[in-house]
Design a protein around this ligand. Structure first.
Ligand code: SF4
Length: 302
């Protein structure tokens, strides 16, 4: 089946079954052709919470589909490829979180949304890279525990006066492996380019940024900017979408390894398959879902 045929079939089935497709910005760009909404995890969480659809097909990684299910428990949530996991979310489980909490008692836990439902259930409030600073600020406390991303936690601390952020030693391998030398190399080639960095990168890389922000923050800033060249220091999908949407500007991916392989597992064929069969449904134990939604709801109110 060619791409046009696949897109037509998916769109027809979406109508018949009252389904929507949510697509993360790191997906293969062809997925956008069938997506009702594309964006980062905060944006997609909000869409999942307010949709009237009966079925949500989540083109993203496992924890994102879990979050959609927690927010819309009465809806069917399908993940086109069940093995699409997140290496950062896998860095902490419930036992490890409990141990971390016991080492730092009576301190609220802020949990990056890139985590399992069970870890969210053990946390006080969730955040995304778009709202992490505001979430921590809203707690109005001198100390927080931050899981699982040590880099995002360090970034939050650098943005707030007088708040100590105690971080769990997790990270996203895709962003963690981006080095200062990568930026030096690209800057030598494109000296006028603005450096746009995601806060999942290391502190040293963030220090070299002209702008640091979430995927949505980077995209918005670039689109509104009068500058013409940008070095994009995050996942490849962002560069592809920017190049599509802003053909008169130049975008340079920081390096060819900045690719999340599990995000790229999903193809149009997989979306069609789950819509046809209803396979790969996400289910979450009630007690975990009930506790996790408290942490997510608190975030969505900010
Ligand atoms: S880019 Fe990193 S944090 Fe995002 S889904 Fe992939 S492994 Fe997880």
């Amino acid at each position: 089946m060619d791409k046009r045929e696949l897109v037509e079939k998916i769109n027809k089935l979406k109508k018949e079954k009252n389904a929507i497709v949510l697509a993360h910005t790191y997906q293969n760009i062809e997925i956008d052709e069938v997506a009702d909404f594309s964006g980062d995890s905060l944006f997609l969480s909000r869409q999942a919470a307010k949709t009237d659809a009966d079925i949500i097909v989540f083109a993203g990684v496992y924890f994102m589909a879990e979050t959609a299910k927690i927010l819309s428990p009465e809806k069917t949530v399908l993940l086109p490829v069940l093995s699409a996991g997140c290496a950062m979310a896998d860095k902490i489980n419930v036992d490890q979180l409990r141990k971390f909490k016991s080492q730092h008692p009576n301190i609220p836990v802020v949990c990056y949304v890139n985590s399992t439902a069970a870890v969210k259930a053990e946390s006080d409030i969730c955040c995304t890279s778009a709202n992490a600073v505001d979430v921590v600020k809203s707690l109005n406390v001198p100390e927080v525990l931050f899981v699982p991303d040590k880099h995002l936690g360090a970034y939050v601390e650098s943005m707030l006066d007088g708040v100590k952020v105690i971080t769990y030693p997790g990270f996203c391998p895709v962003h963690h492996e981006i080095a200062v030398s990568d930026i030096v190399k690209q800057k030598a080639l494109y000296p006028n380019a603005k450096v746009m960095v995601h806060p999942e990168c290391s502190d040293e890389v963030v220090k070299m940024a002209d702008f640091t922000g979430s995927t949505t923050g980077i995209i918005k800033t670039v689109k509104e900017s009068n500058d013409k060249e940008f070095i994009i220091v995050t996942e490849k999908g962002v560069v592809e979408r920017l190049q599509r949407d802003c053909p008169n500007k130049k975008f340079v991916l920081i390096n060819e390894k900045a690719v999340c392989n599990t995000m790229k597992l999903i193809r149009l064929e997989d979306i069609l398959h789950v819509l046809q069969t209803g396979e790969n449904e996400i289910n979450i134990a009630k007690d975990i879902a009930q506790k996790a939604i408290t942490a997510i709801d608190k975030m969505l109110k900010i």
